[in-house]
Design a protein around this ligand. Structure first.
Ligand code: ADP
Length: 232
C-alpha cells in the first residue's frame, strides 16, 4: 500500500455479521461480481496455523475448538502484516475482523495512518437461521467453497463440485460450540455496530437471508455501486 497515489484512499470492505451470516460466501461472490482485492478471512488464517501445527497454531487450537476468540494482539498483528502486502494496494475484503472494540480501534488507527477507507457491510440474519446454517455447513478443505446441506448442497453428496475433494465439517460447527460462538458474537462483536456509527464509518445494512447467495451479492453490489465503491 506504500505505492498509493497521493490523495487516493484504499477501500477496505469490512464484512460484518454473526457466525453463519454468510460472510465467507459473500466475500467470494463480491470478488466475482464487483470488487477487487484479496479476501482476508482471519478464521481461515488462524486455521492454517492450526493445520501447520506451528507455534501459533498450538497456542490457539484450544480456544478455537471451544468457539472462543483468540487474543487481540495476535489477530491484530496477523492482519496488519497481511494488509501491507502489495496485493492489498487497490482494496481488500476483511471477513471476521475486527471482532472486538480493541481490534476496531487498532484498525481505525492503521487506516488513518495508511490512507485506508474502511466501510462496513452488515449481513443481518435471524438467530434460528444462523444455528440451522452452521449445523448443516460443510466446506471443501482445498478450495474453501462452502455448502449448506439444506439450501446449497453439493451435486454429489459429500464431495466438492469444483475439485471433487471430500467435504468436511468444521470442528467448531458442532453444538454446543455453535452456541458459544453466537454468545461471543453478542457479547464482544455486536457492540462494534454502535462503535462504527459513533466514529462515522459508512455502513450498509443487508438482509442476509431469504434470497439466494447470488441475489444477496447482487444487492450488495448495487448498493456499493450507488456509493461509487464498486470496480465493475
Ligand atoms: P465464524 O464467523 O463463522 O465464527 P470464522 O472462521 O470467522 O467463523 O472464525 C472462527 C474462529 O476463529 C472464531 O470462533 C475465533 O476463535 C477465531 N477468530 C476468527 N477471527 C477472529 C478475530 N478477529 N479475533 C479473535 N478470534 C478470531
Amino acid at each position: 500500500m506504500d505505492a498509493q497515489e497521493p490523495g487516493r484512499l484504499t477501500p477496505a470492505l469490512i464484512l460484518f455479521g454473526a457466525p453463519g451470516s454468510g460472510k465467507g460466501t459473500q466475500a467470494r461472490l463480491l470478488r466475482q461480481q464487483c470488487l477487487n482485492g484479496p479476501h482476508i478471512s482471519t478464521g481461515d488464517m488462524l486455521r492454517q496455523h492450526i493445520e501447520a501445527r506451528d507455534l501459533i497454531g498450538l497456542d490457539i487450537e484450544g480456544r478455537m475448538r471451544a468457539g472462543r476468540l483468540v487474543s487481540d494482539e495476535l489477530v491484530n498483528r496477523l492482519v496488519e502484516e497481511r494488509i501491507q502486502q502489495p496485493d492489498c494496494r487497490d482494496g481488500f475484503i476483511l471477513d471476521g475482523y475486527p471482532r472486538t472494540l480493541n481490534q476496531a480501534a487498532v484498525l481505525r488507527d492503521f487506516a488513518a495512518a495508511r490512507g485506508v477507507d474502511p466501510y462496513v457491510v452488515h449481513l443481518i440474519v435471524d438467530y434460528d437461521k444462523l444455528v440451522a446454517r452452521l449445523s448443516g455447513r460443510r466446506q471443501c478443505p482445498v478450495c474453501g467453497t462452502l455448502y449448506s446441506l439444506s439450501t446449497n448442497p453439493p451435486k454429489v453428496p459429500g464431495v466438492c463440485d469444483l475439485d471433487g475433494t471430500a467435504l468436511v465439517t468444521r470442528e467448531d460447527d458442532r453444538e454446543p460450540v455453535i452456541r458459544e460462538r453466537l454468545e461471543q458474537y453478542e457479547l464482544q462483536t455486536r457492540p462494534l455496530l454502535e462503535y462504527f456509527q459513533r466514529v462515522g464509518v459508512a455502513m450498509f445494512e443487508i438482509q442476509g437471508a431469504g434470497a439466494t447467495p447470488d441475489a444477496i451479492a447482487k444487492c450488495i453490489c448495487g448498493k456499493l455501486a450507488v456509493s461509487g465503491r464498486t470496480v465493475r
